[in-house]
Design a protein around this ligand. Structure first.
Ligand code: UT7
Length: 331
């Protein structure tokens, strides 16, 4: 079906935090972080909220699309780290942008979120009265980072991204895959909980055991397990998509995968026999920004001309939930 990227935008906070900065926080080293993850720097919010970062990304995407916010029929936001439970980030953006004709939906699918909102946009665009969707992701992971845990704190960064998609133009969505494996929920956890609730009973923990015991608000991750899941899923989904539409891996012009670890990208590329030079790697400068990283990748690739009209582009994501998803696009 017709599905064209009409404009892209992204926002990375100005404050750059290096591996040397992380060495001052926890028992780690630049060498470990670089060789085990590929990360050299990350961008940290110094107070910018998730919605503010998203607003900057949306304004850039609308400007690139040469469109008014009034042209937008729907705003879909992916965030695992929203500023508020209520109102939703998409509603805040709708109001800030003056997108008076748009309805607004937030989803939380962790790192696979951008794939999910891009897929949702395609499905809504199939409806006759929806012509333009603003697809957004914003993640302020530092708000959920445990800066005493070297296993996780060196990985994450903050970012927002936005893509305007519409059904005019020559772009196409060939196929998509969405999936979940809730049995792996314990591998990546960040809890919402109010210990000051006056109706909590003293023995509530014994009576109603927590689904993921012992977790607080800060992010916990079993990196090694998620790593294995990620490599398997990423290569499997790409193979399945090209086979479904009668193409081959060699037909793919460019891949934009979730930016979690350079080693995951290299392992998946090896399994697929796909050249790393044709794969987006932004993790080196921005770390793992959860669902925002894929949108940052699209924005950079479009603006630098790395991907252009007619190219076959495969995107894939995976993350907490566990969730996974992939898209095959003709740009
Ligand atoms: O975006 C959502 C999805 N998330 C992901 O896809 C993340 C996937 N996982 C990963 O990227 C990798 O598993 C990590 C980068 C998180 C970890 O790399 P690893 O090679 O799997 O390391 P590990 O967890 O097996 O730990 C190896 C060693 C441990 O030491 P011991 O127990 O062998 O003595 C860790 O304590 O590395 C140690 N370690 C560190 N050392 C220095 C863990 N973090 C650090 C650190 N600095 N920051």
């Amino acid at each position: 079906m017709n599905y064209t990227i009409l404009g892209t935008g992204s926002y990375l906070p100005e404050r750059v935090v290096t591996n040397a900065d992380m060495e001052k926080l926890v028992d780690t080293s630049d060498e470990w972080i670089r060789t085990r993850t590929g990360i050299k720097t990350r961008h940290y919010s110094t107070g910018e909220t998730g919605w503010y970062m998203a607003l900057q990304a949306c304004q850039r995407a609308l400007e690139a699309a040469q469109m008014s916010p009034k042209d937008i029929d729907a705003i879909f936001v992916s965030s695992a780290t929203p500023d508020y439970m209520v109102p939703s980030t998409s509603c805040i953006l709708q109001g800030e942008l003056g997108a008076e004709n748009a309805f607004a939906i937030d989803i939380n699918v962790a790192c696979a979120g951008y794939i999910y909102v891009m897929d949702m946009a395609a499905r809504y665009l199939a409806s006759p009265n929806i012509n333009h969707v603003l697809v957004v992701s914003t993640e302020q992971l530092t708000a959920r980072t445990n800066f005493n845990d070297r296993n996780t704190c060196v990985l994450f960064g903050d970012a927002a991204s936005a893509t305007v998609v519409g059904k005019e133009g020559s772009g196409e969505i060939l196929t998509s895959i969405l999936g979940a494996d809730g049995t792996g929920g314990h591998l990546l956890v960040s809890k919402n909980f109010d210990p000051e609730n006056p109706f909590l009973e003293a023995d509530w923990q014994e009576r109603w055991p927590d689904r993921f015991e012992g977790h607080i608000q800060k992010l916990y991750m079993n990196g090694a397990e998620v790593y294995r899941f990620a490599v398997r899923k990423m290569s499997g989904m790409i193979k399945d998509m090209v086979a479904e539409v009668g193409l081959t891996i060699e037909d793919i012009d460019y891949m934009i995968p979730h930016q979690a670890n350079t080693r995951i990208l290299e392992a998946a590329a090896k399994r697929l026999k796909f050249p790393m030079e044709k794969m987006y790697t932004g993790i080196e400068k921005m770390g793992n920004t959860s669902s925002a990283g894929l949108g940052v990748g699209i924005d950079e690739c479009v603006r630098t001309g790395t991907i252009k009209s007619g190219d076959l582009v495969a995107m894939s994501g995976f993350g907490g939930g566990l969730t996974y998803g992939a898209l095959l696009l003709r740009i």
